[in-house]
Write a new protein. Structure first.
Lengths: 346, 277
């Protein structure tokens, strides 16, 4: 009899445990964010902000939420459009609230969990702090965080969504930022044709393979290296200073050597993130390669990699070589990422 | 007769008080008490009056101040035996804001004892500047600052240590016709690259001795240390700064001159002791 009671109690405890764990899973399951094997180690510390389904969904809602801007319209997604690799399609510079013009081209939002610093000048060293910059920038969303929080607290849905994501309906700046981070760290783009080629799942064409070979031979991969196609350094690639004297990295480090240097951007999804460079001066990839081949100017901090023994600058490329390299670059387009419903506004 | 009587009475009162002062309040080193640091912002010999007072710097320029606020953090108190009490770091961040009188008084819970000096950081240390956002609550919370009074650079992750704004007739008018100056001084010496190249470090540690005064923290005795902050020293110092030439100083190499100047703006002035009866 005693034994039966013991088993009965044990069984009850077991059942309760199942119900509790199932319940938790139903309410807010964890979302796994995997580092692709050919990527550098993840920088973002997921243990401080574990991604959950409800947190991710809240982050997505906030990403597309106009209330983060003063005018109720200019959401993050306004300038970071999915089909354009989360850049501002067709815009050299982006216009924010009241059509005010920013000074730099919107960077893609992808694989951000793997970056040490963010922005063209690397001024932000923690993804959690990143959204503050566009929200409070007068030429972008032109809103203050206390006011954003006030609007969300008065919103019919957000208290409930914060409750699901964080356990209580309290809306704080930290929670808002961490929800946005949960959404952004889950935005991993590693399913381009090139990735599938690396994994042996797909073949590249003859031209694409020759382009890949040239990409290596010409030294593109010295800077656009590794799985992210960037070494995350800041360099001066010889852009003319005639119409734009943006000091770039210098504004953050105040080091003379960093004048006119900008982040080496990733080349993932580069086909759809036009226009190019920190000020969007080049409309297409052909113009970019023309610049590297014969358009570079010898400005004071020009990267030594571009200085040739004969005193000339840049990377010599024939028209055919440029064509092949562009063919390869287009294999970095990740159609799944660009159309993934999990990241979409609607 | 009346005069004589008054003198005797006064003498008696003084004597009594003197006796009272000789009686040491009880001292229990294991128990805690409180000490108050009062920050009194002045301009030279005059009190700082926001928007109203007009002052003159060493460059001969007249100016008014519309806003003054600064971080005081990492407070340490020196004891008469040479040891130090370090205020626990998580509760050692304060912001003095001229327009919010409550912020002029910093109340610290400390062990009972005799204190002879104080040191603090004017600004926010580099460690806290790079901590997870969950470790930056209260006045350190970058999501809880209005832009007009914000003490955080969103585009260059880091705190503004001292923010002072105002006007001067010597400054050329901006497009809106205002002759404003804006001094937002920060820079925690972040490192970049390998090996890291350090950016400017405007973190200043201020050491103040209480001189001949001893702050006796007891059960029933709470000393209030009156510290004067002379904002004229923001402009006047090793480099006398001209507002006309530098109406805006934010994150730039020049800001180092401002920080070197204001590192000397604090002075211990006097002490009050509130003795509970």
């Amino acid at each position: 009899m005693k034994k039966t009671a013991f088993f009965f109690v044990s069984f009850l405890i077991f059942l309760t445990a199942i119900v509790i764990s199932c319940g938790q899973r139903d309410v807010n399951p964890a979302v796994e964010v995997k580092a692709p094997p050919h990527f550098p180690p993840m920088v973002y510390d997921l243990s401080k902000n574990p991604v959950t389904q409800a947190g991710f969904e809240l982050g997505r809602a906030l990403f597309y939420e106009g209330a983060l801007a003063r005018d109720g319209m200019v959401s993050c997604g306004f300038c970071h459009q999915q089909s354009a690799g989360f850049t501002h399609h067709g815009h050299d510079l982006s216009h924010g609230v009241d059509d005010r013009l920013g000074k730099r081209n919107a960077l893609p939002i992808q694989n951000l969990a793997f970056y040490h610093d963010l922005m063209w000048d690397g001024g932000i060293h923690d993804l959690d702090l990143q959204p503050l910059a566009p929200i409070e920038n007068p030429v972008e969303m032109d809103e203050s965080m206390p006011n954003v929080l006030k609007k969300l607290r008065e919103h019919p849905n957000y208290p409930r969504m914060f409750q699901r994501a964080f356990g209580t309906p309290e809306i704080t700046g930290e929670r808002l930022l961490k929800a946005l981070s949960q959404f952004m760290v889950a935005m991993v783009s590693a399913n381009s044709r090139y990735d599938k080629y690396l994994r042996g799942e797909e073949k590249l064409t003859r031209d694409e393979l020759r382009g890949l070979q040239l990409f290596k031979e010409k030294g593109c991969e010295n800077c656009h290296s590794g799985g992210l196609f960037t070494d995350q350094t800041y360099r001066n690639n010889g852009l003319s200073l005639e119409f734009n004297q943006d000091l770039g990295r210098y504004e953050i480090t105040l080091n003379e050597q960093d004048k006119y240097k900008f982040r080496v951007p990733s080349l993932r999804n580069v086909e759809v993130t036009r226009p190019y460079m920190h000020d969007g001066r080049f409309r297409n990839l052909e113009m970019v390669l023309d610049h590297y081949a014969e358009g570079m100017e010898d400005t004071p901090t020009l990267d030594p990699l571009f200085k040739r023994p004969d005193g000339r600058r840049g990377i010599p490329m024939t028209a055919e070589e440029k064509r092949l390299i562009i063919a390869f670059l287009k294999t970095l387009t990740d159609e799944e990422f660009l159309t993934d419903k999990r990241f979409s506004e609607l | 007769m009346k005069l004589y009587f008054s003198i005797v009475l006064l003498a008696a009162v003084l004597l009594l008080n003197a006796c009272k002062n000789e009686v040491e309040p009880e001292f229990n080193p294991a128990a805690r008490g409180a000490i108050l640091l009062e920050f009194d912002n002045v301009v030279g010999t005059r009190d700082l009056e926001l928007n109203r007072g007009t002052y003159r710097n060493a460059a001969g320029e007249d100016f008014s101040v519309s806003q003054l606020q600064y971080f005081v953090s990492n407070i340490r108190l020196k004891k008469s035996d040479g040891s130090e009490y370090v205020v626990p770091q998580d509760s050692s961040y304060f912001m003095v804001r001229e327009h919010v009188p409550e912020t002029h008084l910093i109340r610290l819970s400390v062990p009972q004892g005799d204190y002879t000096g104080v040191s603090f950081v004017l600004g926010v240390d580099s460690l806290r500047s790079t901590m997870d956002i969950s470790r930056r609550q209260g006045i350190l919370n970058p999501t809880d600052m209005s832009r007009q009074e914000g003490m955080y650079w969103t585009w260059n992750s880091g705190y503004i240590f001292l923010r002072m704004e105002g006007t001067s007739p010597q400054i050329a008018p901006d497009p809106s016709g205002n002759r404003r100056f804006r001094y937002h001084i920060g820079g925690f010496g972040g490192g970049f690259g390998t090996p890291p190249v350090r950016t400017i470090n405007n973190i200043k540690t201020i050491n103040l001795s209480f001189g001949r005064d001893v702050a006796k923290v007891r059960n029933n005795s709470t000393p209030q240390m009156h510290i004067v902050a002379d904002v004229l020293k923001v402009f006047n110092g090793a480099v006398n700064i001209s507002l006309a030439q530098n109406p805006t100083v934010m994150f730039s190499p020049f800001s180092v001159n401002v920080a070197n100047n204001y590192a000397n703006m604090f002075e211990y002035h006097h002490m009050h002791t509130v003795v509970a009866k």
